[in-house]
Write a protein that binds this ligand. Structure first.
Ligand code: SAH
Length: 336
């Protein structure tokens, strides 16, 4: 717009440090410039459409409307070590994991870096609390929206903005080897979480169609490469599905597969999704599975379930909403 370079600094600070929601807040800019900016840009694109608050643990699930009428969901979780936000990276998803509600209607579109950032900023504002961790574990496959996700992380970690440390950001992926390797070279030491969910290609292919394209022989070396390049220990996500991937034999096979790797396994009893027949493993099966891993000197934690009473699983809230409503960007019933 032909403005002086220092204006860029001021505007960046309003956007990412002070997180202004309207150009009129930018009081150190001239009125003419504010008007010119308002004519061309809209600062906020997300409209809170619904919020569910868990009575069990204070987890909040937000449904946000986008400018084009799509809706996405984001989750706020409070832990002893700080507050975590779980954000979506795509509207829908095309990876097709069998137990996941986000993928049932396929991919609608990628989210922009701004739409991802605003999920973080908005949840901070709405709760009035500090965001200490960001996990890319909402709807979508982050590495299928690579460029926007990397740009989002660069903005989120920028010292002139929120300045979050890359170490407090986790990217969860179903396992795209080329993108994992590429991410290792970005100079962003984010935590990588690989959705493993089975110890063999055969079983993994039943649960995750992407495993038909990339075998464990391609995916695991990409994770090892990530660890080598960034020094960040990789997490392996394992959703336990009753009678499908939760036996002692499978725990032993997983131990053998991971071997002496310096890694961490997160065990998550699957969240049943009504469109799917999968059920969660019994408490005992989960505990036995963890014991086998630990006997084999593999770090494992059973992920505490958050917001079980509020449609906690990936994509469930968005899906139930879009099946009953059409989101009109002009109205937002819950937050005027
Ligand atoms: N696409 C990315 C990130 C989104 S899903 C990925 O695949 O990792 C975040 C995590 O939740 C993944 O490990 C995913 O497999 C898991 N997940 C999805 N639906 C689930 C369900 N119903 N129960 C338990 N875990 C689920």
């Amino acid at each position: 717009m032909g403005e002086k370079p220092f204006r860029a600094k001021q505007i960046f600070s309003w956007l990412h440090e002070k997180q202004a929601e309207d150009v009129s807040e930018m009081t150190d800019l001239s009125k003419t410039l504010r008007e010119a900016l308002s004519d061309r840009f809209c600062l906020t694109v997300l409209k809170p459409v619904d919020v569910l608050v868990s009575k069990l643990d204070g987890t909040r699930k937000y449904l946000f409307g986008l400018a084009d009428g799509n809706v996405i969901e984001s989750v706020w979780m409070e832990y002893h070590h700080g507050n975590s936000v779980c954000i979506s990276t795509q509207a829908g998803c095309r990876m097709g994991c069998r137990f996941c509600a986000s993928t049932i209607d396929g991919l609608v579109r990628n989210l922009s870096p701004g739409e991802m950032l605003e999920q973080v900023y908005r949840m901070g504002r709405l709760t009035g609390k500090r965001v200490s961790n960001v996990v890319l574990m909402g709807s979508g496959e982050p590495l299928d929206n690579y460029g926007n996700v990397v740009r989002f992380i660069r903005l989120l970690t920028d010292k002139r903005g929120l300045g979050l440390s890359a170490r407090s950001i986790t990217i969860s992926t179903c396992g795209l080897p080329a993108e994992i390797r590429r991410l290792a070279g970005e100079g962003l030491p984010v935590t990588l979480a690989l959705s493993l969910h089975a110890p063999s290609d055969e079983k993994r292919r039943e649960l995750m169609p992407i495993a038909r394209k990339y075998s464990l022989e391609e995916v695991l070396p990409a994770c090892d490469y990530y660890f080598k390049q960034t020094g960040r220990r990789v997490s392996f996500e394992y959703s336990l599905v009753g009678g499908v991937n939760d036996t002692r034999e499978e725990a032993m096979a997983l131990s053998a597969l991971l071997g002496k790797r310096d890694c961490h396994v997160n065990l998550i009893p699957v969240n049943p999704v009504k469109e799917r027949k999968y059920v969660r493993s019994s408490r005992q099966a989960v505990a036995d599975f963890k014991n086998v891993l630990e006997k084999n000197e593999i770090n494992a934690t059973i992920r505490r379930e958050m917001g079980r009473d509020i449609n906690g699983a990936c994509g469930q809230l968005r899906r139930s909403y879009t099946h009953e409503h059409t989101y009109l960007p002009s109205d937002s019933p819950f937050f005027p």
